[in-house]
Each structure stands twice: as structure tokens, then as C-alpha cells.
Design a protein. Structure first.
Length: 592
């Protein structure tokens, strides 16, 4: 890579040097030569550094991406396997409902009633399995074994289980099934090719001990031989960016499934190592334990595949970068005269600006693009001059700080009473009301804890509905409320929590002291010239003469301040006689 960049630099240097001979005089430096030096120092050098940085970062990100994708895939596979095996596992529960496994009954071949007893057992077992949705194509064999005999079976391979050489008591999983306290165990059905050492198989065993609570001495098993085709179908659907395969093992390290042929040595490497070599490729193993069963899911992906993909993409980056450099050289030489003359006029203006001369302006130049830049610079200078004079930035920052300070004063004060109401509802068993109240409180807290400065009228009214519903839970028939708002007004933006202090004052200071039923009505009106929000209650009311005093009406004072910062045209009015009415009016052209 460095040799390629070095040769590219030699070619660029020759191109620039040939142009310099026609422009350069002894003792002088042309703009072109200066720009060539600047190009080499500011473009070539940083470009090389950036390429190296991109290579390092891209490889790191690609490796991290592969790691993350495989971790996610491992968890997804484990969850899918848990769900699938749990569904299969319900079949192994069916025998527990059979009368035979809850009694002292025995089925003795020497008994005269043996045929009748066996037929009754199989009829009842067939009925139970039908209820458990046994008819699945991925279950190859099903056997119910008790005290040395198969009492019921549905077999894909009729000869395997009845051969003299196949004794169920001598299977490696037999003793473990009885030690597992009725839980499902998984056993391998893979066999090793003696010549190649490859493990092959297309199914696995699920075995559960059926405990007879009446006859403890009785030994019972239900055995399922499950096809691995479900795993094949699921893993084929996984769209992974990197070459990978999946292996599932049980707690003893025996293979239950593999999405590709592997040997016993490879299996041992997967179980015991994190990185290993296989087929001249380096592989990494990510292992995830099943949440429900004694199984481990191993996702194995190719580290070399990650490197190859990274190298391929890095090659494209280098080609694009080198192509961009050559294109820049050609364009640089072609437009050098226009660039140097037009840039000089603009840079001279920038020099004046650096000295603090805001009256400097870019002159008209011959190149259209630079002329447009000059016009834009002139407009920017005029705007900058106006903004500096009006201290625009300082004013905006100060208002923002004030708005945050005012907004932070407004917090809900009724949480303790609400929690006590929750406790009371729980004690009297009002579960439905308690659940609804929790939803209302969660909606309220989500809105209060939001960091947004502004909300819409619709969102604010939804919040107030939850707020008043929680108060009504406490006051019951002493509080009724209504909220009215036209559809067109719901999208109007207002400061968040603007109306909450008004409603809080209405409930706490107006309605709570009353013993008679009260109401709180919130109404939004959208007229031709005025946008109005009114909050009315028939509580005890208050002396409106104290409103101008900040100490006597802190909530209303802060609302006035927030309205002033948000919209200078907004007005707040308070009337109190038989009812108390708080009114916010904003001219329509200012409200939007």
C-alpha cells in the first residue's frame, strides 16, 4: 500500500514540476507552487493518515460487528430452541395424567388379563397424546417404557428398539434420566464414522422419568426421538454476514445437533476452546446456555472471513482515494489561474475581517462560483454585524436558562396521597381500579420526567386527564372534571407543564377544602383571532387582589413569567366569584 502511494506521489510531483517550470522565475514563488506545497502537506499527508486510521477503525468495527451479530444470533437461537423444545416437552407431560402412573396397577404379561389391560393402557395413552397435539412430523419415535417393557410406542424405525442388541437399560442416558427428578434430559443420536471420524445424525432423544407417586418402586420413561429438520429450517433462514455454523450440546458435552459435519476432535475444540483452527480457517466460538434446559448453543464463525471482507472493502477505499487524488490534480492544474485570481480577492476580504474590519466586502470577480461565494460572504458579514450588535446569542442563551429555571419549579405535589390511595385500593381488593391508576400514574410521570421544553395542547391535556383521574381516585364523588378541545387546536405547541400549576391550585386550594361536590372544567377554544385556554372550578375561590404579589401567588407568577418568555403576546386573566376562572389568551397569528 505504501509503495503504491509513493509511486502516485512521484507522478503528481512530475506533473506539478512541469507546470512550475513555465510559471516560476528565479527568486519568486507562484501561487501555483504554493498551492502545490499546500496540497501535498494538507491533502496527501492527512489522506495517508486517514486511510491508515480508516483501515484500523474499519477492521475494529467489522470485527466488533461480527462479534455482536454472532452474540445476538446465539441468544436468538437459544431462545428459539427453548420455545421449540418447550412445545415438544408438553408431550412428555401427557403420561402424568394416565391412571396407570398414579396407581398401584401393574401390567403382568403372565396374567390372563394382560391383553385387555395393555389395550386399555394404550387406548387411554392415545387419547392423552391426541390432547397434547402429538401429530408432529418432527417426532420420529415415541415410546412409553415401564419396568422393562414398552407399554406404548409409535415408531418410525420398527426394528431398532426391538433388536436383542438394543437394551434400553444399557443406554448411557438411562440412569441419568432417573436421577434428574422428572426433568427432561437430552441424549445424542449421532454416530462417528470410523474412517473419517465425522459425526453424523439427524435426530436426538428427549427423555423424561415419569414418577409414580403411589408406586415409588415403579420405573417409567417416556422417550421421544426428535428430528433435527426444524433446526435446519430455522438456521437456513438466518441471514448472517459471515461464514458460520451452529452446534448444540447437552450438559455432558455430547452433540445434539450440528448445522455442518464435524469430527469428534472439532467438537472437543468447540466445547473447550474459544478460538481454534478447522479446514485451514480460524474460527471463534460463542457459547450461550439455554434458559430452560441443560443445553449449550455454540455459534462458530470464521475469523478469516471477517478479515477477507475487511481487506476487500479496504481495497475499494484505496482505489477510490487514489482516484480522487488524481482527479484533484487534473482539476487543480486546469483551473489554477481562475482559482488563484478569484481566491486572492476573497482572501483579502477575509484578511480585513481578521483585523476586525466588519465593513470589508468581497469585490466582483470573473468566476461565477467565486462571485456567488463573495455574495454569500457579504451577506454573512452583514448578518454577523447585526447579530453582534443585538447580542443575539447572549439573549437566547439567557432566555433558555431562565426557561429551564422556571420550568424546574413546576413539579407534581400529590405523589404521596396517590401512593396512599394505591395502598387503600390494594387493601380493599380493588384490583381493576388499582391497575388503571397505575397506568394513569405511569403516563403522568413519563410526561413530567420528559426533558422537552415544549409540548402540544393535545399532549398537555392528556397529561391533565391522567392528573385529574388520580385526584378523582382520592376525592371520589367530590370531584368531577371535563376537558374540551377542538381537533384543530391539539397540534398547537405550548410550553410543557404550563397548565399543571393552574389545575393543581384549582384542586388543592379550591376544591379540596370544600365539602360539597365540585368540578374542574378545562376548555380550549380556537376562534378567528384568539386562541383561548380556560380552567374553571367552583371551589372556595380566592382573593384576586393578591395576584400581583409574587409571595402570595407563586404559581401564577411563574406562569406569567413562562408565558412572557414563550410568547410576549400571551395574557393571563383570573376571575373569582361563585366560580374561579383562569384564562389564557393568545392572538391566533402569535399562537402558531
Amino acid at each position: 500500500m505504501f509503495c503504491t502511494i509513493g509511486r502516485s506521489y512521484d507522478i503528481i510531483h512530475k506533473l506539478f514540476n512541469r507546470e512550475n517550470k513555465s510559471l516560476k522565475k528565479p527568486g519568486q514563488h507562484t501561487i501555483f507552487s504554493r498551492l502545490v506545497i499546500s496540497f501535498a502537506a494538507s491533502v496527501l499527508g492527512p489522506t495517508i493518515c486517514i486511510i491508515l486510521l480508516v483501515i484500523v477503525v474499519f477492521y475494529h468495527n467489522n470485527t466488533s460487528k461480527a462479534q455482536q451479530q454472532m452474540e445476538d444470533s446465539s441468544i436468538l437461537v437459544a431462545n428459539n430452541i427453548d420455545s421449540y423444545l418447550s412445545e415438544i416437552g408438553t408431550i412428555t407431560i401427557a403420561p402424568y395424567y394416565h391412571t396407570y402412573f398414579g396407581s398401584q396397577k401393574t401390567i403382568d404379561p403372565s396374567s390372563a388379563s394382560y391383553a385387555s389391560a395393555l389395550n386399555d393402557f394404550q387406548t387411554e395413552m392415545r387419547s392423552l397424546l391426541n390432547l397434547s397435539n402429538y401429530s408432529r412430523s418432527d417426532i420420529l419415535d415415541l415410546l412409553v417404557w415401564s419396568d422393562g417393557r414398552y407399554l406404548y410406542y409409535i415408531l418410525y424405525n420398527q426394528t431398532k428398539y426391538f433388536q436383542p442388541t438394543y437394551q434400553i437399560e444399557k443406554q448411557e442416558w438411562f440412569d441419568k434420566a432417573f436421577r434428574n427428578n422428572g426433568k427432561i434430559i437430552f441424549a445424542s443420536n449421532y454416530s462417528e464414522n470410523r474412517e473419517t471420524g465425522v459425526l453424523s445424525g439427524n435426530s436426538f432423544y428427549m427423555v423424561r422419568n415419569i414418577n409414580n407417586l403411589v408406586n415409588r418402586k415403579q420405573k417409567n420413561l417416556i422417550i421421544l426421538n426428535v428430528s433435527t429438520k426444524y433446526f435446519d429450517e430455522q438456521f437456513e433462514k438466518m441471514n448472517l454476514l459471515f461464514q458460520s455454523f451452529i452446534v448444540i450440546t447437552n450438559g455432558q458435552g455430547n452433540i445434539i445437533y450440528s448445522s455442518r459435519p464435524i469430527t469428534a476432535n472439532i467438537l472437543r475444540s468447540i466445547i473447550s476452546k474459544r478460538v481454534f483452527e478447522y479446514d485451514d480457517t480460524n474460527w471463534q466460538v460463542l457459547t450461550t446456555d439455554s434458559n430452560k434446559f441443560d443445553l449449550k448453543v455454540h455459534v462458530i464463525y470464521s475469523l478469516d472471513d471477517v478479515k477477507h471482507q475487511t481487506s476487500f472493502l479496504i481495497g475499494y477505499i484505496l482505489l477510490i482515494t487514489l482516484g480522487g487524488i488524481f482527479l484533484a490534480v487534473i482539476l487543480f492544474r486546469h483551473f489554477n489561474k481562475w482559482i488563484s485570481s478569484s481566491a486572492k480577492a476573497i482572501t483579502s476580504t477575509f484578511s480585513e475581517l481578521e483585523k476586525g474590519n466588519l465593513s470589508a466586502r468581497c469585490p466582483e470577480v470573473y468566476v461565477k462560483e467565486y462571485n456567488e461565494i463573495g455574495h454569500s460572504v457579504n451577506k454573512a458579514i452583514i448578518r454577523l454585524e447585526e447579530k453582534i450588535k443585538n447580542e443575539y446569542i447572549l439573549t437566547i442563551q439567557q432566555k433558555t436558562v431562565q426557561l429551564y429555571a422556571l420550568q424546574s419549579q413546576i413539579q407534581p405535589h400529590f405523589l404521596i396521597n396517590t401512593i396512599y390511595c394505591f395502598i387503600a385500593l390494594n387493601q380493599i381488593g380493588e384490583t381493576e381500579k388499582l391497575t388503571n391508576a397505575f397506568y394513569q400514574l405511569s403516563n403522568l410521570l413519563r410526561y413530567v420526567l420528559s426533558k422537552k421544553q415544549f409540548s402540544t395542547v393535545g399532549e398537555e391535556l392528556d397529561f391533565l386527564n391522567s392528573y385529574l383521574m388520580l385526584h378523582k381516585m382520592r376525592f371520589e364523588n367530590r370531584l368531577e372534571f371535563s376537558i374540551e378541545c377542538p381537533k384543530d387546536a391539539e397540534s398547537i405547541k405550548i410550553p410543557r407543564l404550563l397548565l399543571q400549576p393552574i389545575v393543581e391550585n384549582s384542586v388543592i386550594h379550591g376544591i379540596e377544602p370544600c365539602e360539597h361536590p365540585c368540578y374542574c372544567n378545562i376548555k380550549v377554544e380556537l376562534q378567528d383571532t384568539v386562541f383561548t385556554i380556560s380552567i374553571i372550578d367552583n371551589g372556595v375561590g380566592f382573593d384576586t387582589s393578591s395576584i400581583p404579589d409574587e409571595k402570595d401567588s407563586v404559581g401564577l407568577y411563574y406562569i406569567r413569567e413562562r408565558l412572557k418568555l414563550w410568547n410576549g403576546s400571551a395574557k393571563l386573566f383570573v376571575e373569582s366569584s361563585d366560580t374561579t376562572r383562569v384564562l389564557i389568551k393568545i392572538p391566533m397569528e402569535k399562537a402558531t
